[in-house]
Design a protein. Structure first.
Length: 160
């Protein structure tokens, strides 16, 4: 794990406020490490190239939601089948604020890779998301290669 730490992957304000233990099991730690090494770190490096080429500033990515214990997942209203619960999903925002550009970069980066989901979350009418959800595998270990936009509570094929 070159660009992300277990602390940032498991950190949660909701867990702190509600006194929820968000410590991953040993298997979940292995899942996190696998997903970060094979998907998140290479994605961060691809984003760094995009940022350098376009002079967009820092390529740092903030994990706004990573691993969630089942109790934490319930507290935030997550799906019971969420890959966050096993350490395979991450919600990301770029520190430089270029969320639409991150969406385009992730879409290009991920198209030839093994992954479960890319979701452009809470898009506005122009297709600009609030955050990018990247899932490596489902809870059952499948990789569906889904690219979706989430708008007004519905899921659609990923918009440009």
């Amino acid at each position: 794990m070159k660009h992300f730490t277990f602390t940032e992957i498991t950190s949660s304000q909701t867990a702190k406020l509600k006194h929820i233990d968000n410590t991953p099991s040993e298997q979940h730690r292995k899942n996190i490490e696998e997903a970060v090494n094979l998907l998140l770190d290479p994605l961060r490096e691809a984003w760094a190239v995009c940022c350098a080429n376009k002079q967009w500033g820092t390529p740092a990515l903030r994990v706004t939601s990573g691993y969630r214990s089942p109790e934490l997942n319930r507290a935030v209203g997550g799906s019971p089948s969420s890959a966050h619960c096993v350490g395979f999903a991450f919600d990301l925002v770029p520190v430089n604020g270029r969320i639409a550009d991150l969406k385009a970069c992730v879409r290009e980066f991920i198209k030839d890779r093994n992954f479960d989901q890319l979701i452009s979350e809470n898009e506005d009418d122009k297709g600009t998301p609030e955050w990018i959800h990247v899932g490596y595998k489902t809870q059952q270990g499948k990789q569906r290669r889904q690219m979706l936009s989430m708008r007004k509570g519905g899921y659609y094929p990923l918009s440009a």
